[in-house]
Design a protein around this ligand. Structure first.
Ligand code: ADP
Ligand code: MG
Length: 372
């Protein structure tokens, strides 16, 4: 995969797809970590004297202009982070935009409006991709969090422009790829959370590869426990996922570690790991050399059920293993417990990371591999 460091970009006009889909509140960016993660690419392009056009989406406007989802707050945040004035276009395509790009000077940055204000983005319409491509000389893909999508800004534009990976995409693929394929052992994956169908393939793929153990929590654990005949009372289970879980449990019986005691809520649902399980998991974590963690181990948003997630996060943070994490709610948990900085690598892509770890091909990444 070629990156921006492999080709000559000096003085060129560059179209950069970033993953700046950040949470907004009252016109302000409330969590800027995805923007910060994209800065190395932008700074590199500034040093190469490039004219920079940034494209990305925020939220789900579904092809309509929704003022609340304008990219203006990201313009403000970037202005602060880079200490530069940054221009913002009122749209993504049209004569007006061509003129704005035409008047850009070297080392200037222009942000185009929310890509998903146009239905052509998610439908991967050729005309939309072609118009965006016509604005620049080179396309840089730095939006790791959208590489699993077949959109104009992932697979469309590369049909019309030379395309290379940005530094964030290169880092994500490098870090996650190394951990997945060549982990230092013992290697363990800790999986929790509630979006069960996205997690099962990760457990399957990592155990099939070189991972030694999977420690399970969250509602993911309920599925495996149900198959072992545990009395789960009213705990949450998606029945249609059980068959898949059964196969994995049979295939990797010794490698899947399940909770043995629980904290219940007053409706009879498992809402957290119990103390014995926490103790057992901590012991395994202490001996690991590689740890990948995704998914809170209980309903950590409520203080009563935050012990499992908090104590496991602490244990990972203080281990000497290579520590990798990701996932929207997992990052919220790490922020809450103030442990984010203890991790060696935190992915900017929840869904993308899980698909990548599951060994799925990501359309936006395949294109980068084939470009040269
Ligand atoms: P991530 O975004 O990190 O990938 P998920 O979206 O899969 O994680 O799941 C996060 C949610 O899972 C949290 O809001 C948490 O409250 C919930 N959760 C964790 N354990 C349980 C449980 N035992 N029962 C119900 N919900 C749970
Ligand atoms: Mg989530």
């Amino acid at each position: 995969m070629e990156t921006i460091k492999d080709i000559d970009l000096k003085n060129k006009t560059i179209l950069v797809r970033t993953g700046f889909d950040v949470p907004l509140q009252k016109g302000k960016v409330v969590d800027n970590h995805r923007i910060v993660a994209g800065l190395p690419t932008i700074k590199y392009l500034l040093r190469q004297n490039c004219k920079i056009i940034l494209i990305f989406h925020i939220g789900r406007p579904e092809g309509k202009v929704i003022r609340k989802l304008s990219v203006a707050p990201v313009q403000d945040e970037l202005t602060t982070l880079l200490d530069l004035s940054i221009f913002k276009a009122p749209a993504c395509t049209g004569k007006n935009i061509k003129e704005m790009v035409g008047s850009l000077e070297e080392q200037e940055i222009l942000i185009l409006e929310n890509l998903r204000f146009y239905s052509g983005e998610e439908k991967n319409e050729e005309n939309f991709a072609r118009e965006l491509a016509s604005l620049a000389q080179v396309f840089v893909q730095d939006g790791f969090s959208v590489l699993h999508r077949e959109h104009a800004s992932t697979v469309g534009i590369p049909k019309f422009l030379p395309t290379v990976a940005g530094l964030l995409v290169a880092k994500e693929v490098g870090e996650l790829g190394r951990a997945k394929d060549r982990p230092q052992r013992p290697a363990i994956v800790i999986i929790g959370g509630a979006k069960v169908e996205t997690k099962i393939p990760v457990i399957d793929n990592l155990l099939k590869k070189r991972f030694d153990l999977a420690l399970i929590g969250g509602t993911v654990a309920n599925h495996f426990l149900a198959l072992q005949g545990a009395g789960l009372k009213e705990s949450l289970i998606e029945k249609d996922l059980l068959e898949n879980c059964r196969k994995i449990l049979e295939r990797y019986k010794e490698k899947i570690i399940l909770p043995s005691d629980f904290v219940w809520n007053n409706k009879g649902q498992i809402f957290d790991l119990g103390p014995k399980t926490i103790c057992q998991y901590r012991e395994i974590i202490r001996k690991a050399k590689t740890i990948i963690w995704n998914g809170p181990l209980g309903v950590f948003e409520e203080e009563k059920y935050a012990q499992g997630t908090g104590q496991i996060a602490e244990a990972i943070a203080s281990s000497s293993a290579k520590k990798i994490s990701g996932g929207g709610d997992t990052i919220s948990a790490l922020n809450k417990f103030r442990l984010l900085s203890k991790f060696d690598f935190v992915s900017t892509g929840g869904g993308t990371m899980l698909r990548f770890l599951a060994g799925e091909k990501l359309p936006g990444l395949e294109i980068l591999k084939h470009e040269t």
